[in-house]
Design a binder for this molecule. Structure first.
Ligand code: BDR
Ligand code: CA
Length: 325
């Protein structure tokens, strides 16, 4: 990660969101300026409490957590208790955190921090894009103030995980996704094409449990339900996709994508069966219809499929924050 860079993580914490935060917190070279929460895996208040729990676990309650959008731009929402548990953390029913979210709303915090740190804020969005779209509405200059935006979302050649064609973060607020992609700032999109090939397995979960630090005991516990869900609905065995931690690792430059073309990407916002679909123009010919308004986005299509081990190595490391056993 560039030394002058400050991350704002916008998330719907969530099991893999928690893993993403811990992955980042395990690197003393990564500066997280704030975490903002949004509805998605759970409601934004619960996501904030889960974030505070994670921060407390690693002694980083100094990082402010701001609550954001309760629902999408149409006033609806779809939560995912079947994937992430009723509490968002795999039904582990952890005690309430000692700290509370700040009063400032998420979108306002994003705008304020971007104004205070022009050119150095990197937005890492791993939930629905409602907060980012709201921030763009509050400050039209935001694309000039922010250094980069990395988003976990979309499905290009891979099927969707909510509908046959739509991925959860985009499907939860397609209108916001379109606003964010078209805002004219540099965007890296990390879709299911990459994240579904980067798995964490039952064997790796056992390694975390056996390591026995507070962080690895926590991660092994929250992964239990997540692995069940993916075994039943996706992989037929106990392993799960590393969606949000992979996007985090790409954002800070730990994972160098093997294939990441810069291509026009648009989002379907109609009400038909393709609602929430991300359409990347991956054709070698006939490419780019300037009149379509689609934004040029760096789309990560392939990584080296070794991230599960890197994630577990990081969580089992002796970085002081992660509290080795
Ligand atoms: C995305 O949706 C959420 O359930 C995960 O946390 C991830 O951000 C995957 O589609
Ligand atoms: Ca997420």
């Amino acid at each position: 990660m560039a030394s002058e860079e400050t991350l704002i993580v916008d998330c719907d914490t969530g099991i893999d969101d928690a893993l993403a935060l811990l992955y980042l917190l395990g690197d003393p070279g990564v500066r997280i300026g704030a975490v903002t929460t949004v509805f998605g895996n759970t409601d934004p208040g619960t996501a904030a409490l889960n974030t505070l729990r994670v921060l407390e676990l690693v002694g980083r309650s100094d990082i402010p957590v701001a609550v954001g959008a309760e629902h999408n731009r149409r006033g609806s929402r779809h939560l995912a208790p079947d994937v992430h548990g009723a509490d968002g953390l795999g039904n582990t029913d952890l005690p309430a955190p000692r700290t509370s979210p700040i009063a400032e709303p998420a979108a306002e915090l994003i705008v304020r921090m971007a104004r205070e740190n022009p050119g150095t804020v990197h937005l890492l969005a791993v939930g629905p894009l409602t907060n980012l779209a709201a921030a763009l509405q509050l400050e039209p200059e935001l694309p000039r103030l922010v250094k980069h935006v990395t988003i976990m979302g979309g499905a290009m050649l891979h099927p969707g995980n909510v509908t046959p064609v739509a991925e959860a973060n985009i499907s939860n607020d397609p209108e916001a996704a379109r606003i964010v992609l078209r805002a004219g700032w540099p965007v890296t999109l990390v879709p299911l094409d990459a994240t579904m090939t980067e798995a964490i397995t039952e064997e790796q979960r056992r390694r975390l449990a056996e390591f026995g630090s507070p962080v690895t005991t926590f991660t092994a516990a929250i992964l239990d339900l997540y692995l069940d869900f993916y075994a039943q609905h996706a992989f037929g065995e106990r392993k799960a996709a590393c969606h949000d931690p992979l996007a985090a690792a790409i954002a800070v430059g730990d994972v160098e994508p093997l294939l990441a073309p810069v291509v026009p990407v648009d989002v379907e916002t109609g009400d038909g069966p393709a609602r929430g679909m991300t359409i990347a123009d991956l054709r070698g010919q006939y490419r780019g219809f300037p009149e379509s308004g689609a934004a040029a986005v760096r789309v990560v299509l392939e990584t080296d499929r070794a991230f599960g081990d890197r994630l577990v190595d990081r969580l089992c490391s002796d970085v002081p924050n992660l509290g080795a056993a």
